[in-house]
Structure formats: structure tokens, C-alpha cells
Design a protein around this ligand. Sequence first.
Ligand SMILES: Nc1ncnc2c1ncn2[C@@H]1O[C@H](COP(=O)(O)OP(=O)(O)OP(=O)(O)O)[C@@H](O)[C@H]1O
Ligand SMILES: [Mg+2]
Ligand SMILES: [Zn+2]
Ligand SMILES: [Zn+2]
Ligand SMILES: [Zn+2]
Length: 965
Amino acid sequence: MSSELPVVEDESQQIHNHVGHDHSIPHSDSHGELPMVESDGHNLESDRPYYACSYCGISNASCVVKCEICNKWFCNGKLGNRGSHIITHLVLSKHNSVSLHPDGDLGDSTLECYNCGNKNIFVLGFVSAKQENVVVILCRLPCAQQKDSNWDTTEWQSLIEDRQLLSWVAHHPTDEDLINASSITYDQIIKLEMKWRLDKNATIEDLEEEKEVEIAPILMRYTDPYQYQRSFAPLVKIEADYDKAMKESRGLNYISVEWSLSLNNKHLASFYFSTSDSADLKVAVGDEMILRYDGPELDAPWEGSGYIIRLPDARQEEYTLEMIHSAKLQKPPIHITNRFTAEFVWKGTSYERMQDAMKVFALDSKSISEYLCFKLLGQDVPDVFFEVNLPEDLSIPKMPSLNASQLFAVETALKSPLTLIQGPPGTGKTVTSATIVYHLTHMYKKEKILVCAPSNVAVDHLTEKLTKMGIKVVRLVAKSREDVDSSITKFCLHELVKKKAKGEFKKLIKLKEELGELSASDNNTYFSYLRRYERDILNTCDVVCCTCVGAKDKRLDKHKFRTVLIDESTQAAEPESLIPIVKGCKQLILVGDHQQLGPVILNKNASQAGLRQSLFERLIVLGHTPIRLEVQYRMHPCLSEFPSNMFYDGSLQNGITNEDRQVLNSSFPWPIRDTPMMFWAVYGREEISVSGTSYLNRVEAMNVERIVTRLFKDGVKPSQIGVITPYEGQRNYILQYMQMNSTSTNKDMYADIEVVSVDAFQGREKDYIILSCVRANSQQLIGFLRDPRRLNVALTRAKYGLMILGNPKALNRDKLWNHLLTFYRGKGCLVEGQIDNLQLSSIQLTRFQPKSNDFINSKPTRSTTSFDAASLVSYEGSTFGTRRKNPLLDDSKWPALDASGGAPGNFHAHDDDTDTIVSYSESSELHNTHRGNGNPSEEIDEYDDDELANNIKKLTAQFGGELVF
Ligand SMILES: Nc1ncnc2c1ncn2[C@@H]1O[C@H](COP(=O)(O)OP(=O)(O)OP(=O)(O)O)[C@@H](O)[C@H]1O
Ligand SMILES: [Mg+2]
Ligand SMILES: [Zn+2]
Ligand SMILES: [Zn+2]
Ligand SMILES: [Zn+2]
């Protein structure tokens, strides 16, 4: 298709650039090819024209669009709030380019960037000519960013709005079209998409009725480890199967492959993706991929697999696979370069390790002490204490001196076989954990301690704290993560091996690095050395740090650990925590906070049956009292006020003062001096990201850059700033935007700023946090921003200042966000306008009728009860315990919770949500994904549906709140 086609110059087909003016575009009449309608009103499949919507059969030429990847047609009609059929298809199938019908308004054309030819519909938008009445299609980055004298590029708008193509691109179906359409549910669409992967011609009639599977929920108490295993194993399996199905449905678009030969005569396949695509895919060296070809140049389809040996870096976008050779396999078709597809091979290692751990727990009585075994099963056993000589002074040189409750936690943990430590953000849970580990290494000189957390980020964080105390730590990372650079790389086992290597081994390492491979005999020598070095290093260290899943690493097989500490343990599903525990644990310390993000469970049924519950939470419900930490040392007191009242019943106290967090000579335009917080109302719109599975917001990204620039002016260093956002699409966009808009002299400074997903920032802190909320649409859907636990994490990362960027119109309808906005307004910190001239925002906020015990602007109430186990049960939805009086829960009707059938927190991907999933299996250890490197599973989520809208309506009616738009 010619790249000039999108410019419509024919007089009769001029396009107005105002979306609202689509009525001025001539409606083409139906071109005679109306769907055949049987007397009973049903369409006859076979009688439909070739371009009928593959979902619903609508075949009005001006409403349908062809997917260029699979050649199927789809209409631009909407299904509830989920998006039009064509967009739904593109998102679910990961296809992304389309062409229009010859009889439509714009004629037969493939939509592509006028400038660079990019066909990804998710990045395309239009701008109008300054002179004539024509528009041109340009991609969001880089083409729409370039200044052009002919085109008004600042007015660029996406071709997709509210998950539907603009109506001048493809009409929305008429009422008549809709009457003739066959009905199809979203569930059916998902199943159909799955089916198409195996059979391109499948239709809705081919879908079988699926039986609802009954899943037994987990129990509170178990008679023996067998019963325990029988209870959890099926849930882990369901989750694994689900994850697998989702992962496998993530095929890529057509790619071009360049073939070459490696030194040892293996075929190498190299291919490119666009930057953002690759950033959306979480892959690591060593991952297996399948390449396929079933185009016209071969008689039969070809398929082969290989391992990734090279990933794109900052300068190039090439992936290289080393193809697996085998006599049985067909040789790669190296004469062909186009129309390949590539797919990732799913690895279920983390699920297998969970299943293994449960088996070991059941079969091996030495896997865990009897006392802990009883505790885990929920049986009553009298409390016991170890007889130990506690060090006289529990504080550690060069570390902040601990407060009374922290000291109490340390002392108790050292004496007890099982300790739970709970506390809001910044209360020193991680510092306390590190102190405990420090003393344990001195008390048990011969024993190694296993220190874990569910995510790589949290493990790294803890490793750093431990090494600062002078403890001999080895950080064990999965083989596939060995080349992921981090601040603690020098403590990683593979790095320590390299550093210690001598003589022949050292030479072999060098040779391997230079050549990429070794001869068979050299390889054997290399590995025997490697194992010996690894063994020696592990034998002489005091502490091993790894993720929970990583605790089952082969290199630790011979090691037993009498003491296990798990930080962020509320983020792990119970079978995941079990992995480190069954390595001989006699003393267990679990640290966590139930009000921060919980485990990511993809399958709704498994989640609801209890897989979302952490061991930490179950133990508390069973009556095991945690030690609570309540004094925070992170945030400026103005920043802890809202989270304290909202999420912790006002119980969070400040261990630091305003003066401790005062910044002298700051020129940053905080709305209120000495109150370093602001909600900057910006009115951009959300757009679907390149991958089709996430969102971005350009206006917010632009303003993030402005804030950063202002902070630099004050001499703030990049390492002091963290930009966090719930959406991966926005994360990528901000990274790109900041690179494009920085000058060459300060490029490095912008590049050094961490831009991370909220989920990946759990447990961490920065001096300044900029939070970009992203969501802004006419339906006021805010997706997984509604999770109170995610908001809590986001609000509690900053030490000196917090800037929130968001669209209050979109956020204000959610009660939780409404409270936040009201709070910021009350403080005089809800502003809008230009950064150098911020004004108090005059936006009207929905007024939820104040309830008698409304907490906003009321004095924090110090909780007087000692400890109430039920308060640790996650918001709503728990099968255990009753709710504590928590301001959040008083209204008992949180749409976020009700809409998902009572699922709390981090449950953000569902069976009708195939577009949204990043595999969990690869998450924690094996690959470099959300929990590893910091991405939540994505993101275009199911809460955005009619149910939500209804809920909001109901809610508003119920509280007598007025609706303000
Ligand atoms: N007793 C103390 N005195 C001074 N500073 C402290 C004390 N305890 C902790 N801190 C500081 O408070 C900050 C937060 O501590 P830490 O990260 O351990 O909190 P946390 O409870 O683990 O938070 P999160 O819930 O976010 O993981 C750190 O900067 C730490 O150095
Ligand atoms: Mg912590
Ligand atoms: Zn398609
Ligand atoms: Zn349709
Ligand atoms: Zn372009």
C-alpha cells in the first residue's frame, strides 16, 4: 500500500480532524451487501460476505476493518465497555495492523504512518494540515514528535479512542446492523481466539460448553501434611495450566529473520522488534523460543526451536536465537527471511517447585521441625522458646539505633521458632529483618541462614542491607538472570566465582567469554571447576539470599537451612513460601504487610479458593500474634498522614519530624511551602500502548519530564528520583519521552532515573517520587488503580516529596481516589496549570456523603485494642475472620472488591482477560519479569466493564453523592 494513501485528497472524501465532527463525513450507504437474514432472524454463516465481522457477523462495509495479520474482518462495534470487535481482536491476538474495506469511506487502504510506514495501529494517530482541509496519519513516536511546517503535530490524536477506532476510520454499526448481528459474549470471544490458534476457520459453533469446575477451597487447619498437599496441589495446577495457556497465546507478529552460522556451525536467527514491543516482552538470555514458518515458500509448515543468546541493548534491537540441532528436526529454511512468527516456550519451573515443596513437606519428616510442621498445619502446640544467650546490645554499629518495638521484634525472633513481624510502610521491617539476620549469624556460626523474598527486587534490597552490616552474603540468581545488572551484582554467586577463579579455570572462563562456547572436553573441565568453586563459596558464606522459588535451585540441593527469613512474605502465595521452608527449617521469621500488594494469582478460581492467601495471613488468622511495628522513618510526616488514616486506622506514627525532611533552599514550586506534596491535575487522555495491552498518557509523561527538570535545577540527583506508574505502557513511554526531550548534555542524567511500575517498587524508597496515574477516559474507568493496596504502596515510597499526576475527572468517581483528592484539596495541594504557575484546581469533586466516622480531616485515632487478627485479613473477600473497623471497610461496598467477586488486592488478571497477562511462572526467578524486574501483569483489565459502571451508579445512589462530570 502506498504510504501516501492515508492523506485523503479527493474532494468528496476529505476528513475533518475534529473527531466530534464525524457526522460531516459522508456516510456511505450500505452497498447492497447486507447480511442475509433468515426468517427466524438468524444469520446464515455461509451466506455472509467474506468481510463479515468474524465475531458477530456485521457486514456493513463502512464498519468493518481487516486484520492484516490473520486476514479476518472485524466490525468497529462495541461490546459493553470492552472495546470494539476489531480492537478486542487485536488486543487478544496481539495482531496490530489493519486495512479498510474498498467500499468504505476511505477506500481500500492499509493504515500506516505517512512518514515511516509503521503499521502498528496502536501507535497511529492523525494530525491535520495547517493549510488544507486534509489529515495525515503519523505514528506517536517518533514521527508525531517532529516539528513539521505543514502539519500541526502538536494536535496529534490517536486513531483509537475509548478502545474503538475513530468513527471516520470505520463507522460504528447502525441500529440495523446491530439487530442483524449474532450475539457473542466476551467469554466466547476469548475461547474463539484460543481456538483460532489451532484452527483458523473455527467459528463460534465449534466452541464446546465448558463445565464449571468445582474447586475445594483451602482449609484453615489440616490433620496432616498429606491433606495439606491435597488441598493446595490442585490450586497450583489450575494456576499453572492457566498461566501456560495465556503465555502460549502470546504469539508475535510476523517477523523477518536474518540467518547466520555460529562458530560451532549452529544456525543463528536474528530478528528485530520495535523498541516498545521488546520492552513489553520480558525475556532473558537462555529462554527458549519457537520459530515458525507456514508461508507460500515451503510445501509444509516449518517449526524449530532455539535459545536466546543475545538480547537487544540500548543501541540495537536485535534478538538472536541459537537454533537447536537434532537429526530428527528439519533444517531451518535459511533461504527464507520473511513471514516467520516467533513464540516463547513456557516453563513451569516455579509451579513445579511449589508442588515439589508440598511433596517434600508430606514425605520427608526432616524437611521441617515438628513444631513448625504443627504450626503450619494449624494445630495447637504450646509455645516454646530456644534457650539462647542474647547479645547484650542488640543494636548494630553504624546502623540507626532501633526503637523499642523493633528491639522487641529482634529479641523475640532470636528466641522463637516462629515469628511474624508486621507493620506499615517505612516502619523498619526490612531494617529489623537485617538486624535479626546479623545476630543469627553470630549466634549460629556454623549454620547458614536462608534469606528470601518473593521478588528479585526485594531480595536485592535486602541483600544490600545485609552486606552493609558486613555479613558474608551470597546472592543466588537464576542462570537466566545472571546478566541482569544490579547494584548487588558483586555479591552474586556467578560473579564471586569469576572473581575467585585461578589458573586453568580462569583461562577457560576467558576463552568462553571470548568465543561464546568451548570444545566438549574443555566444557567438561569448565563445569567441574565451576561446581567446585560454587560449592566452596556457598560453604563459606553466612547467608544465602534468593527468591522463594530460587531456594529450590540445584546449587542449594545439598544445603539445609535451620533458619529462614522471608521479607515481603505477604506477597507470596503459600506454596511459594513453603519452598525455602522445607529445606530443614527450625526457625522461621515471616515479615510482611497485608495492606501492601499480595501475590499475583492469575486464575480467578484458584485465587478465590485461597491461593491468594499468604502463609503469613493464614497464621495470623490461626491466632499467631505478629509483632507490630508502628513508627515510620521514611516519609515526611505530611506524606504519611493519608496512608495512616486510610489504610492503618491512624495507627502509623512518625519517627521523623518535618525538620528531618526539610530541604533547604528548595526552589521547587510546592503549592504549600514546607508541605512537599502535590496532586497535579492534568487533563490528558489515556491511549492504548504499542503492545495493545497497556495504557499510556502523553500529557502526564510530558509533565513528569518537567518535574524532573525542575528537580535537577535544584541539584537533585537522578538517583534520588523515582518515577512510578501502574502501567507498563506508560513506563516505556516515559523512558522514551525523557530520552527524546533531553539535550545531549544531560541525556545521561535522565537515563539514570528509575522509571518503575508501582508493583516493582514495593519495599523500596526514594527521596522524590513522581506518580503518574495514566487513566483518563470518558467512562471513568480506572482499572487496577482501584486496588487500595497498590495505592498504598505508591503513596508510601517517598522520603522528601511526592508529586502525583492524574486526571481528577477520571479518578474522582472512585471513592478511594476521591478521598485522596479531597485530602489534597484540604491541604491546598490540589493544583493545575503550568509548573511555573500552578494554581489551585477548581475542579468539582464528587461529594460522597460524609459518614459519621469519616476519617478525612479527623484526627488520627490511635488504635487502642492490642491486636486483632482479623484486621490482618485482606480487604473484603476473605473467607476468614471478620472485618475490623477500618474506615475503608465501613461502607462495605467497595466497587473494586465487589466487582471481582470479593477478590482483594493484587488480583488483576482473570480468565476473561487474556490480553492482560504476563506469566507468573516466569515471574519470580526464571525470567526477568514483573516480580523480577518489576512489572505487574498487564493491565487492560476486566474491572472496566458494565458491572463497574453499574456499581458506581448504585454506590453513588446509595451514598446520596452527587454526580459531577
Ligand atoms: N529505628 C530507626 N531509626 C532511624 N531510621 C530507621 C529506623 N528504622 C528504619 N529506619 C529507616 O526507615 C526507612 C524504612 O525502613 P525499611 O525499608 O526497613 O521499612 P519497611 O517497613 O521494610 O518498609 P516497606 O513496608 O516499604 O518494605 C529506611 O530508610 C530505614 O533506614
Ligand atoms: Mg521492607
Ligand atoms: Zn488478526
Ligand atoms: Zn462485530
Ligand atoms: Zn512514523
